[in-house]
Design a binder for this molecule. Structure first.
Ligand code: M6R
Length: 368
């Protein structure tokens, strides 16, 4: 049942291209984005002037990415918040606020309560969920199902990639309804998304390299993760995977924050995983990141750099270079996440832990 894999998580990592394909399939018809359950009118969507994204854990990390896409495409302010914080605050919501609740299980207690909290203030709720008929979609005004298939491993992998794609579909649906993008632009953006399953398939070529690296890093005390822009949520996710699976101290940072504290953590031999922005797409961010890597390497860090293939500028500063396909900036997280998932699983395995059932964790967190 593990399909010849040593553990479910590896099987699920390898299923990511299909998870993406299945999530995208069926959400684009007649030149436009379609949701699965839509109890909102076109006018309701057109009137949306504020978006809150609420979620927990890995789903929250996918939500952070929604902000980059929705603000860029729709010109609507987006706030992303942990459901456990949102539900106990007094956020400013109204009929023209869209609350996007992301939950693989659709049963997470805090996310469900965040949805209820939003609805009492008449906000519209759109659920992104992987489980048909779960409680969160049942209590929402619109639903977009990720069709990642059942995820057995406690650590979210293929559902994370599917959630990112779903967030972008929601962004395009809003852009379409609000008219901030013409239908040919929506179709073009969808086309770029539709090319991602193949890019992820190609990225699976790094599995062998990451498994070997995982074994090498098994005795590390800690691992840091650095990213900028859309690479920042990816760094947070890389660190979460390592914490939950390998029980190792791991932190994700926005690279621009280094000088404001985290650089003090750098010491000889400390592994630092860096998500490199695209050289072409984000030249300024790319050069800032290069100087960050230079700084930490000079202080003895062991740099593991995830960069676009063909990015030669980074080679001298990478103790380990992990090459991923060049894709449009907003879509890079779909490929840069993959090597980090494998790395975390393999470090955990080398330390003798059960990758599919990490201690103290449940797949679905239905109590606070
Ligand atoms: O079912 P949900 O997506 O609502 O779960 C939220 C988190 O508990 C979940 O993403 C968790 O962080 C992951 N299993 C970690 O890999």
């Amino acid at each position: 049942e593990k399909g010849g894999h040593d553990y479910f998580m590896l099987k699920e990592i390898e299923e990511q291209p299909e998870a993406l394909e299945n999530t995208l399939r069926g959400h684009f018809h007649d030149g436009g984005i379609v949701l699965d359950e839509q109890r909102l009118t076109e006018q309701d969507l057109r009137d949306i002037d504020k978006v809150f994204v609420v979620a927990c854990g890995t789903a929250y990390h996918s939500g952070l990415l929604a902000k980059y896409a929705i603000e860029h495409w729709c010109r609507i302010p987006v706030e992303v918040e942990l459901a456990s914080e949102f539900r106990y605050r007094d956020p400013v919501l109204g009929r023209d606020t869209l609350v996007v609740a992301i939950s693989q299980s659709g049963e997470t207690a805090d996310t469900l309560e965040a949805v209820r909290h939003a609805r009492t203030q008449r906000a519209r709720v759109l659920a992104i969920c992987n489980t048909n008929g779960a409680q969160i979609p049942r209590e929402s005004d619109a639903v977009l199902y990720t069709h990642a298939g059942p995820e057995i491993g406690v650590a979210a992998t293929k559902t994370f990639l599917a959630q990112i794609a779903a967030n972008y579909l929601v962004g395009l649906a809003l852009a379409q309804a609000r008219g901030t993008k013409y239908s040919d632009e929506v179709a073009r953006e969808f086309g770029a998304l539709a090319a991602m399953p193949d890019a992820v398939r190609k990225t699976l070529g790094t599995v062998g390299q990451m498994r070997a690296l995982g074994k090498e890093l098994a005795d590390s005390k800690a691992v840091l993760f650095l990213g900028r822009h859309v690479g920042y949520p990816v760094a947070l996710e890389g660190a979460l995977k390592l914490k939950e699976l390998a029980y190792m101290h791991a932190e994700g940072f926005a690279a621009g924050e280094l000088k404001h504290g985290p650089i003090a953590l750098i010491e000889d031999g400390l592994p630092v995983v860096i998500v490199m922005p695209s050289a072409k797409g984000r030249a300024l961010l790319h050069s800032k990141m290069l100087s960050n890597i230079r700084e930490i390497q000079a202080r003895g860090a062991r740099t593991i750099v995830i960069a676009e293939e063909g990015d030669e500028t980074v080679r001298p500063f990478a103790d380990e270079l992990v090459e991923i396909p060049a894709v449009p900036t907003l879509l890079q997280p779909l490929v840069s996440t993959v090597p980090m998932q494998v790395l975390a699983a393999e470090i955990a395995r080398a330390r003798g832990y059960d990758v599919d059932k990490p201690r103290n964790l449940a797949k679905s967190v239905t109590v606070e």
